[in-house]
Write a protein that binds this ligand. Structure first.
Ligand SMILES: [Zn+2]
Length: 309
């Protein structure tokens, strides 16, 4: 006699919502993805975007009955009321994602968190941050986001928006940031900002290029590209060290599209962290690349399991 373990096994549904793709998966208590799928995030109105997500959820769930649902979403969000307003999904403004997903899910518990928190939690659960005591996860892409796991538990903050590492101010007289402030980490370390800085200094001026091209040129030794990565790395390191001395970090995991640049980003980040982290309790801080390509999805599932404990 045999049973279909994918159906019989206890699972939760993890959902990862981003501006370019939406993913969903059934995940067991040990972090195994039993089945999953992803779709491009449609443009369009609120209901159009949600209909696409609903179809994805139906396909992934099949005949299974997940015990809870965890959602990681691009921010900002209002965790208390289950509302999301992802910057890159203009159709959703104060969209009641929590309630809408709950209505599709037979009233099981639904947990909603920031994508950056889910990234940190996923890497903490089964990636580069496994076993870490206190971890900062950073996602470097078109923006800079993140999440904290402190004393082994996710740190959410009163509104669910803790760990906005991209908006730690490292130079109050510095560059204007999209958030309205000045000298934020993101104003130096996001992919588009590094590209813009390099172009202002004479690198590929007037060309339509992105951070991937910048990384390739840096790896080939282009001095302007290397300088832009060093500026970004310095900003990241300053934000990392500010966080490290605040919450007594042991581990930093960096992922996201720009982090795929590898040593041209990690070498200067590690060098700047070493230089700036001087108090004895942060001198052993480790900064490592992310290991998972679905950390956000796993972190969302981890949130779902946490609602059942
Ligand atoms: Zn900012």
């Amino acid at each position: 006699m045999s049973h279909d373990t994918a159906v019989a096994r206890e699972t939760v549904l993890g959902i990862d919502i981003g501006g370019t793709k939406m993913a969903a998966a059934l995940v067991s208590a040990d972090g195994t993805i039993l089945t999953g799928d992803r779709i491009p995030t449609p443009s369009g109105g609120a209901d159009e975007v949600f209909a696409a997500l609903g179809g994805l959820i139906d396909r992934v769930r099949g005949d299974a009955s997940p015990l809870a649902v965890g959602i990681g979403s691009a921010g900002p969000l209002d965790q208390q009321h289950g509302l999301v307003s992802p910057v890159n999904i203009p159709g959703w403004r104060n969209f009641p994602l929590g309630d809408r997903v709950r209505a599709l899910s037979g009233d099981v518990p639904v947990a909603l968190g920031l994508d950056g928190h889910c990234f940190a939690l996923g890497e903490f659960w089964s990636g580069a941050g496994r076993g870490a005591h206190t971890l900062l996860g950073i996602v470097v892409s078109t923006g800079v986001g993140g999440g904290l796991v402190v004393d082994g538990k996710p740190l959410l903050g009163q509104s669910g928006n803790a760990a906005h590492i991209g908006h730690v101010v490292i130079d109050q007289a510095g560059e204007a940031c999209a958030c309205g402030s000045y000298g934020c980490v993101e104003a130096y370390a996001s992919g588009p900002r590094m590209v813009a800085r390099a172009q202002r200094s004479g690198w590929r001026t007037g060309e339509d290029v992105d951070a991937e091209v910048l990384a390739a040129d840096a790896a080939a030794g282009d001095e302007f590209a290397l300088a832009a990565f060093d500026d970004g790395a310095q900003a990241l390191a300053a934000g990392i060290v500010a966080t490290a001395v605040t919450v007594d970090l042991t581990t930093v995991v960096i992922g996201g599209g720009v982090a795929k640049a590898g040593p041209v980003l990690f070498d200067p980040v590690q060098a700047w962290v070493k230089r700036l982290a001087q108090l004895p309790f942060v001198t052993d801080l480790t900064v490592v690349p992310a290991q998972l390509d679905n950390a956000g999805l796993l972190g969302a599932a981890h949130q779902a399991w946490a609602t059942l404990r």
